[in-house]
Ligand binder design. Structure first.
Ligand code: B1M
Length: 635
């Protein structure tokens, strides 16, 4: 009988273990239920590892729990994207040139880094709602880079960092995990210095602006970070670990293909080579939407792709993953977390997915079964258990579940079939159209002024020059022809032009004049998509009040009462926070406000059917469509 560790390592090397390794991640579920004292009776008082051992599952030791530390030093530098956890096997240390000052209040921690050339600060928070939701990370209220001046200060800070190995601490943890799992050493969350800036140092939307506007500053900082990355790679390559985590959270929107190819892939390949030379395997936490990155990730040198989250939560099906990666990358995950709760998957859905899974991954080499990304707080725990039981009964390798079934036509990417719209060139307004198209936010105000001076009608400038182009951009984004940066940069150009046009439009009649209040619902901290919706709506003339993230039901209701918007927009990215939307609509009804405002919902797990069921007036699948839907709602 093999141990869990042997099985996982064999699957990781492409060898055939006796049975499919089963390594469910359930930290979020555990934290939320332990906090609320709702763990199943038989597991009350146990740690998460004790539960896994009692159930006979392997321990999931890939992504460290960043809040569970022995000393505050270990996660003090989260704001710089650096950690000194036992899982790291190293300490991040600073030269005396960097004076670190910490202010800690109940839920808030502010860290200041004072240097001879200036200071940067970072503020993290964790709220009661986040604890209830089982959060394993804090949220940034303030990121390290706030203005262009911060780049050189951060470069100085990174150049004054030394990574000191501490393999003893790692070895102790490795011994605690023992044969019940593989203690994966955390090398770096961001796979490359540039990606470190995107992932850890800048607010998500700002990154796309800065990537366009401050290329030199960003490149200089990346060189400073490289000083740390070289050390990280060396320290992890020489460590006693078998597998190293190098990189996390790719997504074909955020790390869109051309960006991935330029800024991420070369470093992944380099890290993989170095680790291989030292007899180690490289694992990446690939939890995002990988549709547009399948070929690029395949050629990036990773040995294990962890948190692989297939259809129905994401667009790539499990059989496509196996077909496209299964000969060189071990797929760790494969069970989308939405299948584990009753709210998002019926018992039948769950069973039939598992039936399908066994067929789709036959003969079962290079598979480690796990939950992607993690078990949600409202999961039916028994489903995890039954999955484990089925693996015991049916997971002997090679799987005899039948031959591989090719991907059905219905499973093909819908986006690829849609046709991207064309810009209808309007010769009088071509200069404005080009500005919007290219995101020329510096040039467009003077071009608009020139056209106004020449006597062009402001409404025509808006409608024929700007709105028509922005709509095409939105459409191209929907069809996957352009990515987040293009949309954000075009919308920013629109916003700049609108500032010039505003006074003139006030005299004429604006085509779109609606008031929109929007926010991400309570317990949910995702805001990249919501910010895009905001930018697009502002771009086409809506007056938008953005309430931000983690917004309580009462706050939405009071804002509707006070601001009297035409439309209330709700965004949610977690299946566990989707029910908030219904509660907000109910709260509006209770306060007599429901018929005074239209409600529009959106976010990756939301769909038309859900929107109808909760009584929303509209649903938009993406930022481009949100403009269309909002306009419809105004009518
Ligand atoms: Co998280 N995360 N995350 N995450 N994260 C997802 C959403 C997840 C699908 C990853 C996975 O498991 N494969 C999963 C949710 C599973 C589920 O419940 N369905 C998940 C999880 C589990 C988590 C944590 C719980 C992880 C953990 O702690 N173990 C944690 C939760 C924190 C919390 O919210 N309480 C967490 C944390 C994070 C980060 C902080 C690391 C980061 C967020 C950074 C930020 O937003 N500032 C993050 C990210 C980046 C993601 C992924 C990788 C990307 C999300 C994104 O920004 N996409 C995501 C995987 C994925 O969805 N592909 C994932 C790009 C964006 C442009 O698309 O947001 O869909 P999207 O917005 C679109 C449309 O949906 C629409 O328009 C936008 C533009 O086209 N839209 C609207 C959005 N809102 C709309 C509103 C409208 C209309 C349209 O009208 C009002």
């Amino acid at each position: 009988m093999m141990t869990h560790k042997e099985r996982i390592l064999m699957a990781a090397r492409g060898e055939m273990p006796d049975i499919l390794p089963y390594v469910p991640r359930f930290d979020l579920w555990y934290n939320a239920n332990a906090y609320a004292d709702t763990l199943p009776d038989e597991h009350k008082g146990r740690t998460a590892d004790e539960i896994a051992r009692a159930e006979g599952w392997a321990l999931h030791k890939v992504v460290p729990e960043l809040l569970k530390v022995e000393t505050p030093e270990e996660n003090l530098h989260r704001g710089l994207g650096l950690y000194s956890l036992k899982e790291n096997g190293y300490w991040v240390t600073f030269s005396p040139n960097v004076d670190i000052r910490v202010q800690q209040e109940k839920d808030t921690k502010k860290v200041e880094y004072h240097t001879p050339i200036g200071m940067v600060s970072v503020t993290e928070i964790i709220t009661e709602e986040m604890r209830q939701a089982g959060a394993s990370i804090t949220w940034f209220e303030e990121r390290a880079i706030k203005s262009v001046d911060d780049y050189r200060i951060l470069k100085y800070i990174f150049e004054n960092i030394e990574i000191k190995p501490d393999y003893e601490r790692y070895r102790k943890w490795q011994a605690d995990v023992g044969d019940d799992g593989v203690a994966i050493q955390m090398g770096a969350f961001a796979p490359s210095p540039l990606q470190h800036i995107q992932r850890d140092l800048l607010e998500a939307t700002d990154f796309f602006y800065h990537y366009n506007d401050f290329q030199k500053e960003m490149q200089d900082l990346a060189e400073g970070i490289e000083h740390v990355y070289q050390q990280l790679l060396q320290v992890t390559a020489e460590s006693p670990a078998e597998v190293v985590l190098w990189g996390a959270n790719y997504d074909d929107m955020i790390t869109y293909p051309s960006y991935f190819e330029k800024e991420i892939q070369p470093y992944l390949q380099k890290a993989s080579r170095t680790l291989e030379e030292n007899g180690k395997l490289m694992i990446c936490h690939t939890d995002g939407e990988n549709r547009g990155l399948m070929d690029l990730i395949r050629e990036s040198g990773l040995h294990i792709a962890e948190a692989v989250c297939p259809y129905p939560m994401m667009r790539v099906r499990i059989e496509e993953y196996y077909q496209q990666w299964g000969d060189k990358i071990t797929i760790f995950g494969g069970i989308p977390q939405s299948l584990l709760s009753e709210e998002t998957a019926s018992e039948e859905d769950f069973q039939s997915y598992i039936d399908h899974f066994f067929k789709a991954v036959a003969p079962g080499s290079r598979i480690i079964v796990g939950v992607a990304d993690t078990t949600p707080p409202n999961a039916v725990f028994d489903r995890l258990r039954r999955l484990g039981d089925r693996i015991q009964k049916e997971g002997r390798l090679p799987l005899e579940a039948g031959a591989f079934r090719p991907v059905a036509e219905a499973g093909m990417d819908e986006t690829a079939k849609r046709v991207a719209p064309e810009i209808a060139e309007d010769k009088d307004f071509k200069i404005i159209q080009d500005d919007v198209l290219k995101g020329n936010h510096q040039g467009i105000p003077s071009h608009v002024r020139e056209m106004l001076d020449q006597g062009f009608n402001p409404n025509d400038i808006l409608n024929r020059g700007m709105l028509s182009t922005m709509e095409v951009i939105g459409g191209r984004f929907s069809t996957g022809e352009v990515f987040i940066p293009e949309v954000l940069l075009s919308a920013r150009a629109m916003n700049e032009a609108l500032k010039v046009l505003e006074p003139y439009l006030a005299k004429e009649k604006k085509e779109v004049s609606g008031k929109f209040v929007i926010g991400t619902v309570r317990g949910d901290l995702h805001d990249i998509g919501k910010n895009m919706v905001v930018t697009m709506l502002r771009g086409v003339g809506f007056e938008v009040e953005d309430l931000g993230i983690n917004i309580k039901i009462e706050e939405f209701a009071s804002k509707v009462a006070d601001l009297k918007p035409d439309i209330l927009g709700l965004s949610a990215l977690l299946t566990t926070t989707m029910p908030e939307m219904k509660q907000i609509i109910d709260a509006l009804t209770e306060r007599g406000l429901r018929d005074k405002v239209k409600v529009m919902v959106g976010g990756a797990p939301v769909n038309e059917k859900f929107a109808r069921e909760i009584g929303a007036d509209g649903y938009a699948p993406d930022a481009g469509a949100s403009v269309e839907v909002a306009k419809q709602l105004l009518k």
